[in-house]
Ligand binder design. Sequence first.
Ligand SMILES: Nc1ncnc2c1ncn2[C@@H]1O[C@H](COP(=O)(O)OP(=O)(O)O)[C@@H](O)[C@H]1O
Ligand SMILES: Cc1cn([C@H]2C[C@H](O)[C@@H](COP(=O)(O)OP(=O)(O)O)O2)c(=O)[nH]c1=O
Length: 210
Amino acid sequence: MGILVAIEGLDGAGKNTIVGKFHTAAAGRSMTITSTAFPSYGSSVEADIAAEALHGEHGDLSESAYAMAMLFALDRRRWAQWLREARRDHDLVLCDRYVASNAAYSAARLGQGPDGAVVSWVADLEFERFGLPVPDHQLLLGVPPEIAMERAEGRAAVDAARARDAYERDADLQARVYRSYLDLVETEWVSPWTVADDDAAVHAILDLVP
Ligand SMILES: Nc1ncnc2c1ncn2[C@@H]1O[C@H](COP(=O)(O)OP(=O)(O)O)[C@@H](O)[C@H]1O
Ligand SMILES: Cc1cn([C@H]2C[C@H](O)[C@@H](COP(=O)(O)OP(=O)(O)O)O2)c(=O)[nH]c1=O
């Protein structure tokens, strides 16, 4: 039985990059590791519809914070059993975004705090009703909005497939999402958090593996 760790942060913070660093570092410590990423584009219709909405399709769908959160939650629900089995079979299971993404982005969109209605709704929906495992630990990449946005812009400039979506273009939203994440950290939302970046983050999390 290993630990399930959610990696959180803004668009462009470096989540995908750090997952690669975890795989390399885990090999050096001969521990078993597996990872996944949400939204799980290409393998679930809900994730694809959410992405299309964020890129301007489906009329005003992306205007509804609750509709978007439900799509992301339904996408994740498909992975509930995989996640439980992965934690049983590996020392470390990483999720590039997890339920806290839904909490942070929804709260930011609706102008609510960590005790607000949408954050409780997300936790109840995903953990209680959909049976997703509560993460053992959560890592917030402490990269502030200005830097994360620069990185996302740089990525979009070299890779047309990574054109920025409605959330990524909205500097004000990114600033509010970062604040929401810090609120979740401060209230230890659902499990303990570490705020770190780069190698320090990798070492801090690997040291938690039993
Ligand atoms: N520690 C870092 N320092 C500088 N640039 C980085 C760092 N980590 C990632 N990047 C770059 O920033 C961009 C976004 O990284 P990525 O891992 O795709 O972010 P995310 O998955 O959080 O959206 C990429 O172009 C990546 O090469
Ligand atoms: C997984 C997830 C993402 N999001 C948001 C965060 C991102 O801005 C957006 C798309 O996810 P993102 O991680 O940016 O996907 P990609 O980098 O592969 O395009 O959706 C939520 O609001 N809730 C969620 O549960």
